[in-house]
Design a protein around this ligand. Structure first.
Ligand SMILES: NC(=O)C1=CN([C@@H]2O[C@H](COP(=O)(O)OP(=O)(O)OC[C@H]3O[C@@H](n4cnc5c(N)ncnc54)[C@H](OP(=O)(O)O)[C@@H]3O)[C@@H](O)[C@H]2O)C=CC1
Ligand SMILES: O=C(O)C1=N[C@H](C(=O)O)C[C@H](O)C1
Length: 252
């Protein structure tokens, strides 16, 4: 129910995205920023602040501990931090069983354009022989490939499996290590780290005589704010684990 929660804490509040999320929460009429914590702060301040939900944009190495604390204390979480594999998601599902009523949303990308780019890529993938993903980010990014690229590759692979698509053609018989990118679920993912960039991705699809390129660009971290606010507005109505903001959007 919209407005059910109002008191919000931000973890990673001094980071590139966290600082932007503090501004967005502050500017939203229905929310009050009650805690803005960063590395070195005591997370138990969340409880003292009365936070009903947190936004986490921290680091893959610390996010699981942050979420364990939130779940134990019945604080909902809207999480942008990357680094979630199936083992981590299963661990969260188990922890959430002990805290019914608490919701955790993990979203590899909160920008609406990126969500649509992933959806369009999955729709297009079975119609082409070849599909590869190129992600381009600022050079201070902690992980590679990006969470968005991993998720895109997984969605592409699932769509091709469901359609019974043939394996992608690739006649490479010799290559330097890394020249063909990472293999994510059978889909090649290439990562670039370029000063001046924020967050960008291309999905290139090819068949006989044609290619299709689906590209998304976040030029400013403000692009993640509307999705995070949507997450906060919906999280109390979605106890348990939700993966992907598209679950809170009417895309169909
Ligand atoms: N899902 C999405 O839409 C998006 C996801 N991201 C992801 O969000 C994460 C953060 O990205 P970004 O803002 O660029 O990174 P930054 O490094 O700029 O920010 C992370 C902040 O978290 C702080 N931090 C570290 N440990 C803790 C802790 N235990 N508790 C609270 N704060 C802590 C860091 O402090 P210190 O520097 O001192 O360690 C830093 O200030 C990454 O995983 C990134 O991939 C980014 C953009 C969009
Ligand atoms: O670190 C970033 O900047 C980003 N991280 C997320 C990811 O890994 O996909 C989302 C976006 O690409 C920006």
């Amino acid at each position: 129910m919209t407005g059910e929660i109002s008191k919000i804490g931000v973890l990673g509040a001094q980071g590139k995205v966290g600082a932007e999320m503090c501004k967005a929460v502050d500017a939203a009429d229905e929310f009050t920023l009650v805690a803005a914590l960063d590395a070195g702060d005591d997370i138990s301040a969340l409880v003292d602040s009365g936070a009903q939900a947190v936004v986490d944009f921290t680091h893959p190495d610390v996010v699981m501990a942050n979420l364990a604390f939130c779940i134990e204390n019945g604080i909902h979480a809207v999480v942008g931090t990357t680094g979630f594999d199936e083992a981590r998601l299963d661990q969260l599902r188990r922890q959430l069983e002990a805290s019914p009523g608490t919701g955790v949303l993990i979203a590899p990308n909160f920008s609406i354009g990126a969500i649509l780019m992933m959806r369009f890529s999955a729709i297009a993938a079975p119609f082409y022989d070849s599909v590869e993903v190129i992600e381009l980010h600022h050079p201070d990014k902690a992980d590679a490939p990006s969470g968005t690229a991993r998720r895109t590759a997984e969605l592409i692979a699932a769509a091709r499996r469901e359609a019974g698509s043939a394996p992608m053609p690739d006649a490479t018989s010799t290559s330097l290590d890394g020249a063909r990118g990472a293999d994510v679920d059978g889909v090649r993912v290439h990562g670039l780290r370029i000063r001046g960039m924020v967050a960008h991705q291309e999905v290139i699809l090819g068949g006989p005589g044609e290619t299709l390129t689906i590209r998304h660009d976040s030029m400013d971290r403000a692009s993640f704010a509307p999705g995070v606010l949507t997450g906060l507005r919906n999280i109390a109505d979605h106890p348990g684990l939700t993966v992907g903001l598209e679950n809170f959007l009417d895309l169909d």
